[in-house]
Design a protein around this ligand. Structure first.
Ligand SMILES: [Mn+2]
Length: 362
């Protein structure tokens, strides 16, 4: 071989070594994928952990599945993070965990003095007790800022006005170049489908659609809608649950100008089942309103077949406020042509409740 050719060959070999070596050290990553440690993480003192990733109370699928996927991402980035739940999970979440072969995360019933990453909420009212004495390092959320959350040190706070917290976590996997394994894809997909009602809700953005399309493939879910309906069927069966349990299965509390109100959302498979639930839960609220310690209660029920909804209103002034916020009123009930998110319900209701509070001298 001529000397010239030998040196060309040598350069080729050196180039190949230079090209491949940096990528072989990243475990589980594809070639050319190098984990990208986000620079902002340098500003956070994660210590040795454990850092608990935790959603709101009571938990929904976004709160639980997103906590699992986000804790996993943090671990891939070298942080000792673990998912926790705030209280018993619902049947929909249990279905998703079982489907993708996950154990239910352990319970954390008091966050005082713990290192915490909050997902899917930003207020103490929706957090597990002791959160006001916790060391909150991050908040990853997609809700409006109703929060009273304070942190001792500057925190990483990421809030996007999109359909689901898991969409933000999906984005962070991509930004950090961490491959998404089947199970984690399943967790994030379940959260997105749950929060966006299979990408139908008014809160759904193109980013949620993009994430869901990618995660469906990675989770190896052949039929997205079939998986969503199977999840919802479990949820809407409300098996072995009292009227009270069903009412509080997906419930959040708010306060405006001294008026406290709760907003429950319940799902039914068909319009007939929706009407039956309206009757059943309506009877329960009527009998028990005085013991629930809220000024107003709102109960939204939608069905998955027609995707229409009603909001039943309880407590002095509640129907009046809802009538101003929404169009069609029938007795104590608002008829919604198309289901809307609780977020939107609260956004429309809150100013009316505020005005009403002023007329009551509050
Ligand atoms: Mn959510």
């Amino acid at each position: 071989m001529k000397k010239q050719h030998q040196s060309v060959l040598l350069y080729c070999v050196l180039f190949l070594i230079w090209f491949f070596i940096p990528y072989t050290s990243v475990e589980g990553a594809d070639r050319n994928d190098k984990i990208n440690y986000p620079a902002y993480m340098q500003g956070i003192d994660y210590g040795n952990g454990p850092i608990y990733v935790i959603g709101h109370r009571p938990p929904d699928s976004d709160s639980v599945c997103t906590a699992i996927a986000y804790a996993n991402l943090k671990r891939k980035l070298g942080i000792n993070a673990e998912a926790r739940i705030t209280s018993a999970i619902n049947a929909e979440t249990a279905y998703a965990l079982k489907y993708f072969d996950f154990q239910e995360p352990p319970l954390l019933d008091n966050a005082a003095s713990k290192n915490i990453i909050l997902v899917d909420h930003n207020s103490f009212a929706q957090a597990v007790s002791g959160m006001d004495k916790a060391n909150i390092l991050e908040i990853i959320d997609h809700h409006n800022f109703i929060g009273d959350v304070k942190t001792a040190a500057p925190a990483y706070y990421r809030n996007l006005p999109i359909g689901c917290t898991s969409t933000i976590v999906w984005l962070e996997y991509r930004e950090a170049n961490v491959p998404i394994e089947k199970g984690m894809a399943g967790m994030m997909l379940s959260a997105i489908l749950s929060d966006t009602d299979n990408l139908q809700s008014t809160t759904t953005t193109d980013l949620d659609r993009q994430a869901a399309a990618d995660l469906v493939k990675k989770a190896n879910v052949k039929d997205r809608t079939a998986y969503f309906l199977a999840m919802e069927e479990e949820f809407a069966a409300y098996r072995n649950m009292s009227d009270k349990d069903v009412f509080y299965s997906d419930y959040k509390e708010f306060t405006v100008n001294g008026i406290s109100y709760g907003c429950a959302t319940v799902v039914a498979l068909t319009p007939e089942k929706r009407q039956a639930l309206e009757q059943r839960l309506g009877d329960w609220v009527m009998k028990n309103f005085n013991t629930q310690k809220m000024d107003m209660l709102f109960l939204k029920i939608h069905d998955l077949e027609t995707y229409s909804a009603t909001i039943s209103c309880y407590g002095p002034g509640s129907v009046g406020c809802a009538a101003k916020a929404f169009a069609t009123v029938d007795g104590n009930k608002i008829i919604l042509g198309k289901n809307i998110s609780r977020k939107k319900v609260v956004r429309l209701l809150q100013p009316q409740i505020e005005k009403w509070a002023a007329t009551q001298g509050k």
